[in-house]
Ligand binder design. Structure first.
Ligand code: CP
Ligand code: NVA
Length: 299
């Protein structure tokens, strides 16, 4: 049984194969009839809000010939306390695959184990692997390769997107700088697992951005951390992607944002609009990489 639960659990070879398959899905969209999920019904089980992930999975599953059931936590008994392992065993008897957005990574792992159907991580507190696949595809398209790549992630260095970036750098070997205040550094327990000596953490955003090929940011207040909003906005204030920061990066550096964006916080309105063409290609690429992932894990 194949799943897509994290970048951590993937090999470099498989990540590269998925990116190659994503390029094909993007090139062939609408041309060939795709029936890889013919006769299948997939459940989207979401415990947090979503625009891009929900729409790209719903469209992707339909374009592959499958049907979709969207289940938000509050609509099903999970929201009233039914255990994830029971929800998994029920869904596993009725649908052919599951795409899950939730809090604990252990919930998605338990779901995969108990449901016995292909399971895809659509974001947990620990990782957002489908996002990073779309980001890598975007970099590949704009730069031609991932060779000699230097990425700077700026902001909350211990959130799900930052952790997926760290695992991507570990698996694929590129240079990654995490520019974050001390209290937003990645956990030592993650950094200790790294063998790539080109993963750096700095509390100086300008040093992190210096000659970087990609400047990347994400929201300062991830879903589930809303109670910490005021403190986070104050503590991360100096870690905005803006024009002075872009000026420190390599000429023609890419600016990426997983979205949703909060202008004036993690990115200035001016910088977001200047790089909107890239950032919305990045959003579109969710669809193409997820079709590659769906076709890879399907039964
Ligand atoms: N980037 C991303 O996952 O967006 P959504 O929360 O809208 O799905
Ligand atoms: N780190 C963000 C990603 C949103 C797509 C969050 O978890 O809310």
């Amino acid at each position: 049984m194949k799943h897509f639960l994290s970048i951590e659990s993937e090999t470099a070879e498989h990540l590269v194969a998925l990116l190659e398959s994503s390029v094909q899905f993007k090139a062939n969209r609408g041309k060939a009839s795709e029936s890889l999920l013919d006769g299948q019904t997939w459940a989207l089980l979401f415990s947090k809000p979503s625009t891009r992930t929900r729409v790209s999975f719903e469209v992707g599953i339909r374009e592959l010939g499958g049907a979709v059931i969207f289940l938000s936590r509050g609509d099903i008994q999970l929201g009233r306390g039914e255990p994830i392992i029971d929800t998994a065993r029920v869904l596993g008897r009725m649908v052919q695959g599951a795409v899950i957005r939730t809090f604990a990574q252990s919930d998605i792992e338990q779901f995969a184990e108990y449901s016995q159907i292909p399971t895809i991580n659509a974001l947990t507190d620990y990782e957002h692997p489908c996002q990073i696949m779309a980001d890598l595809l975007t970099i590949l398209e704009k730069r031609g390769s991932l060779d000699d790549l230097k990425v700077c992630f700026i902001g909350d260095g211990k959130n799900n997107v930052a952790y997926s970036w760290i695992w991507a750098a570990e698996r694929l070997g590129f240079e990654l700088r995490i520019a974050a205040p001390d209290s937003y550094r990645p956990a030592d327990s993650i950094l200790e697992k790294m063998t790539n000596s080109r993963i750096f953490v700095t509390d100086d955003p300008l040093a992190g951005a210096d000659q970087a090929d990609v400047l990347y940011t994400d929201v300062w207040v991830s879903m589930g951390f809303e109670e910490e909003s005021a403190r986070r906005l104050a503590e991360l204030d100096a870690f905005q992607i803006n024009e002075p920061l872009v000026a420190r990066a390599a000429p023609k550096a890419l600016v990426l944002h997983c979205l949703p964006a909060y202008r004036g916080r993690e990115i200035s309105a001016e910088t977001l609009e200047k790089h909107a063409a890239t950032i919305f290609d990045q959003a579109e690429n969710r669809l193409h990489v997820q079709k590659a992932i769906l076709s890879d894990v399907r039964k």
